[in-house]
Design a protein around this ligand. Structure first.
Ligand code: BG6
Ligand code: MG
Length: 221
């Protein structure tokens, strides 16, 4: 048995490229706030809950919102997002994800989804992927969003697997920080020049080298 006994997947930007739709939805909302959200501003939002994302925007745009408006904007952002993902289908699953999940199943590795999104189950249904996960921990199950390690610690407890035997796949700095705080091994999916505090990073699952897969799942410890 190798070092890794459970794998935790972020959703947006790791399994499916919905992170761009989150960005476009926030960008549309920000126009109504007279704020131009660009990609570098959006990097601060990735992985945060809906509420924490709007708090960050308030900070970036240097504005204030009443409690009522805050709630109204959260609903608006979500309706923009739901419009964007209306046509999501299994074709949108990112390269290499399904074959990697099949490999993990064959090796009897436990599999969890760990997403801050409250839409996670809805998105997985659209992708026809619900049955591939042993457990799903999403934005409805947590009190503190990434970079807090809560989401990963809940999953490790539910799967009865110590953090040192858990591997996390993340595309966002907040998620990488959360997994590091949880004491887990992290693999970044995305551009390694944009992510820090990371030993391993690949543009997608197809680029993960065989020797690393062997190191995680096959080498006797
Ligand atoms: C995370 C995304 O997975 O979910 C964030 O990276 C998003 O961008 C967050 O804000 C919350 O998603 P939702 O679907 O609950 O608004
Ligand atoms: Mg993500």
């Amino acid at each position: 048995m190798g070092l890794i006994k459970a794998v935790m997947f972020d959703l947006d930007g790791v399994i499916v490229d919905t992170s761009n739709y989150h960005y476009l939805s926030w960008k549309k909302l920000c126009l109504e706030l007279d704020y131009n959200l660009n990609e570098s501003g959006n990097d601060f939002l990735k992985g945060l809950s809906r509420e924490d994302s709007l708090l960050k925007i308030i900070d970036l745009a240097n504005i204030s919102l009443s409690e009522e408006k805050f709630k109204e904007y959260l609903i608006k952002k979500n309706s923009y997002y739901l419009d964007f993902i209306n046509n999501l289908s299994p074709e949108n699953i990112l390269p290499g994800v399904l074959s990697f999940l099949r490999y993990l199943k064959k090796k009897s590795i436990k599999i969890s989804l760990c997403s801050s999104s409250k839409n996670a189950k809805f998105v997985l249904e659209k992708l026809d992927m619900i049955s591939l996960f042993d457990i799903i921990v999403d934005g409805n199950d947590i009190k503190m969003s990434k970079p807090d390690p809560e989401i990963f610690l809940i999953a490790s407890k539910k799967l009865v697997t110590e953090p040192k035997n858990c591997l996390v796949f993340e595309d966002a700095q907040s998620g990488i920080d959360a997994a590091n705080k949880a004491g887990m091994t992290v693999v970044g999916i995305g551009n390694k020049n944009k992510l820090k505090n990371l030993k391993y990073c690949f543009p997608d699952f197809l680029k993960i080298p065989d020797h690393l897969i062997n190191y995680f799942f096959n080498e006797e410890r």
